[in-house]
Design a binder for this molecule. Structure first.
Ligand code: 5AD
Ligand code: SF4
Length: 447
């Protein structure tokens, strides 16, 4: 098989960890002759990299598989083969059941075992890999990552031991695991050699990174080391848990120039009763204190969060506490969701489920407040000059797009040659989702 050209199409659902995993799957299969294409119809291998966190994720996968079955049959009529793999958290949760329900599927690989795909494709391994082989996974990942963008994700931590009562992640991604520091530093160095200027360190609980390491390094120490890499201009990390936000990481926000002033710190609810029922392990006062500390070190930091409305037992008063928390903190951006019952989690078994209509109403009210705060934050940038890392073309000819330090999308008229570079932009307009600006001709920050 190796040597002959093949086409792979990967559809990614869900989180940034999946985006990283999809990229790694493409890297793993490239030496076998697979090139990525952007539609399933012509592909020799289709991978659905699935997410199980909310809604009827598994059902969406089965309906995609129905469509793929037709494609596969059409290809077979022409004497061509199309193989189908289901990866990600639905693969982990459903396992062999997927191939029983959808025989069109050739391979099922969980998020900690997709490194086996090459052997599976060569017929050297069975069709199912769903064990938690996380060490093996990172050892086998292609060390030299091809970079086609000035920004890159790097998974540094996997899994979760927190067992929030609503969440499937501890079951689908397994226990907390940190990659060794030298492996991460080498991966980032290789990316920077390929032109990457910004890395986002990824993990389900990224700030728990290093928790069990012998050298006592935490995420703050890792960031301090990465910040010494020449030509690495920006470092970000996501997603953090309030319980793992230690002093060193908080201090890093005040001390490390490359660490961008943006913190995604999910709170989920503003009610202590609900936080307790969710098994979050923190109160609202603890969360507020963390935010105060981070703001004391980095006053301009943009705070982002995740919220769930309608966790079982949530009352009107609990929901009001969430609205009050949002007013008190002031979010630059946020993600908010209706509680979704996940089989096997403690929340799913509770009898005091909140009716769908109540969840929808609460979500609407919360999102209106969060959207207003996001617009207000973006408006506050008008008139400022901010460094923007340009990473792609814009929506119109002659337009380019990049990110501010606060992770806002910024559009300007400018030459494509600026893509991959950081330049100063005078912010002239703002909407909820993006800023507009004018290149500051006098002050190009870096070449
Ligand atoms: N229902 C709704 N939202 C959920 N999340 C996780 N599990 C659920 C669920 N069962 C949200 C949380 C988490 C984000 C990644 O997804 O807010 O922080
Ligand atoms: Fe899920 Fe909670 Fe772990 Fe986040 S911390 S992955 S919400 S169990």
């Amino acid at each position: 098989m190796s040597g002959s050209k093949k086409r792979i199409f990967i559809k990614t659902f869900g989180c940034q960890m999946n985006v990283y995993d999809s990229e790694q799957m493409a890297n793993l299969l490239r030496p076998m002759g697979y090139d990525e294409v952007d539609e399933a119809a012509a592909a020799d291998l289709v991978v659905l990299n699935t997410c199980h966190i909310r809604e009827k994720a598994a059902e969406k996968v089965y309906s995609d598989l129905g469509r793929l079955r037709q494609l596969k049959e059409t290809r077979a009529e022409k004497g061509e083969t199309m193989q189908i793999a289901v990866a990600g958290c639905v693969a982990q949760a459903e396992g062999a059941e997927i191939r029983r329900r959808a025989p069109v599927v050739d391979f099922v690989v969980g998020p900690q075992s997709y490194q086996r795909l090459p052997q599976m494709l060569k017929g050297e391994a069975g069709p199912l890999a769903t064990d938690f082989a996380v060490d093996e996974k990172f050892e086998r990942l292609a060390k030299k990552r091809a970079a086609n963008s000035p920004t890159a994700f790097v998974t540094v931590q996997e899994g979760c031991d927190k067992f929030c009562a609503f969440c499937v992640v501890p079951y689908t991604r397994g226990a907390e695991h940190s990659r060794p520091a030298d492996e991460i530093i080498n991966e980032v160095r290789a990316l920077v050699r390929h032109g990457v200027r910004e890395v986002t360190l990824l993990g389900q609980n990224v700030n728990a990174w290093g928790a069990n390491s012998e050298d006592g390094w935490g995420l703050g120490a890792l960031i301090r080391h990465l910040a010494q890499i020449d030509d690495l201009s920006r470092i970000r990390y996501t997603t953090s848990h309030p319980r793992d936000m230690d002093e060193d990481l908080i201090n890093a926000h005040g001390e490390i120039e490359a660490l961008m002033p943006y913190l995604h710190l999910p709170v989920q609810s503003g009610s202590d009763t609900v936080l307790k029922a969710m098994n979050r392990g923190h109160s609202m006062a603890m969360y507020q204190k963390l935010i105060d500390k981070v703001r004391a070190k980095r006053p301009d930091i943009a705070i982002s969060g995740d919220f769930i409305v309608g966790f079982p037992g949530e009352t009107d008063a609990d929901f009001e506490a969430t609205l009050q928390a949002v007013r008190d903190i002031g979010y630059a951006s946020a993600y908010s969701f209706k509680y979704s019952r996940r089989p096997g989690t403690p929340g799913a078994g509770r009898e005091d489920q909140v009716p769908e209509t109540v969840k929808s109403e609460r979500l609407q009210v919360l999102q209106a407040l969060l959207n207003a705060q996001q617009l207000e934050f973006n408006n506050s940038q008008i008139g400022n000059t901010v460094p923007v890392l340009f990473d792609k073309k814009g929506r119109h000819d002659g337009q380019i797009c990049g990110r501010s330090p606060y992770l806002q999308s910024v559009y300007v008229q400018g030459p494509a040659s600026l893509i991959g570079k950081i330049a100063s932009v005078n912010i002239s307009g703002a909407g909820r989702n993006a800023l507009n600006g004018v290149l500051d001709q006098e002050a190009f920050v870096t070449a």
